[in-house]
Ligand binder design. Structure first.
Ligand code: FO1
Length: 305
């Protein structure tokens, strides 16, 4: 079976490791979010793409991003010299940003660079950024509009999100292979990632939402909300401030029309009838991705849904 996953950061990367265990890396294509990319210290940083690269190559940091046991010598000098130190880049992580930035400057498309990095890190799966064009997730707050990382890291997601806008769409074209990966997969999975800032910016790329909706019968979404709480990140607060509601049902409503199956955690079983009323088949599973066996079981539940 060929599986294509639309993935954001930590949740998507962890889910993908389970999928690799379940069906083998060669069967998996990951379409990665680039909405939270940023330019920092003159470097192009792609946090969500890198989280997939680092997680699948077994070198991810304890927090779910960056490189494990990385040092921060560069960071220390930047701070000492009065440079911007609100966003942490470890020394080893910087090596990747140097290579990517240099190759982007020489005119190579991001997707070609990422394919090469994926091969060199031997992650096994095919990893495609959603677009090679500039796409930026902007968070609308009462303090004005902020770039995603500026809001999430720089402001610690403090100002409530009143809206989300994707700069560059329409007009951002799918990277080579994206539409084909959606069209040709036996299953398309919306990973347990933040729908507003991880999956929506992928769907916002020209033609992607239509391509996914066109495969609706084979599309399954996995809830990133368990018992009304997000495991990581700002999703719970975003569901409060952006709606529809802070639960797996809220996420299912958000995806209505895109998927025909939905995976929720066992402790959300009470929501099943309401989600089914949206026209989705619902499967309950253990959605907390604690360890490798739990990730694999969740991936298998999604495939069986
Ligand atoms: N998250 C933080 O909370 N603080 C940071 O300083 C930070 C730096 C960072 C650097 C590289 C990278 O790949 C990820 C980084 N993240 C950091 C995580 C990132 O902001 C988010 O987890 C994702 O963008 C959300 O999917």
């Amino acid at each position: 079976v060929r599986v294509t996953v639309l993935s954001g950061g930590i949740g998507g990367a962890r889910f993908t490791t389970g999928l690799v265990d379940a069906v083998g890396a060669e069967a998996v294509t990951v379409i990665g979010n680039v909405g939270d990319d940023l330019e920092h210290w003159g470097l192009h940083v792609s946090p969500d793409i890198d989280t997939v690269l680092y997680t699948l190559s077994g070198r991810v940091g304890e927090l779910g991003w960056g490189v494990r046991d990385d040092t921060r010598a560069s960071m220390g000098v930047v701070a000492e010299l009065g440079g911007p130190d609100w966003f942490i880049l470890g020394d080893a992580d910087i090596g990747l940003h140097l290579v990517r930035s240099e190759r982007l400057r020489s005119g190579e498309p991001l997707s070609a660079i990422v394919a090469d990095l994926a091969e060199r890190f031997a992650i096994g799966v095919r990893l495609i950024p959603a677009t090679d064009d500039r796409l930026r997730t902007m968070i609308l707050t009462d303090d004005g509009e902020l770039e995603f990382q500026q809001w999430f890291v720089g402001r610690r997601a403090g100002p409530a999100a009143r809206g989300v806008r994707f700069e560059g769409v329409p007009g951002a074209r799918p990277a080579p292979g994206v539409l084909e990966a959606i069209r040709d997969a036996d299953r398309v999975i919306l990973a347990p990632s933040n729908p507003f800032i991880s999956v929506d910016p992928i769907l916002a790329v020209d033609g992607v939402r239509e391509a996914v909706a066109g495969r609706r019968g084979d599309v399954v979404a996995v809830s990133p909300i368990i018992g009304g709480e997000a495991i990581k990140g700002p999703l719970a607060a975003m569901l409060d401030s952006l709606g529809p509601e802070r639960s797996a049902l809220g996420v299912a409503r958000h995806y209505a029309g895109l998927c025909s199956a939905f995976v929720v955690d066992e402790r959300d079983a009470a929501l099943v009838p309401a989600i089914e009323a949206l026209g989705m088949r619902v499967v309950t599973a253990g959605a907390l991705m604690r360890d490798a066996p739990a990730r694999r079981r969740l991936a298998e539940a999604a495939l069986a849904a």
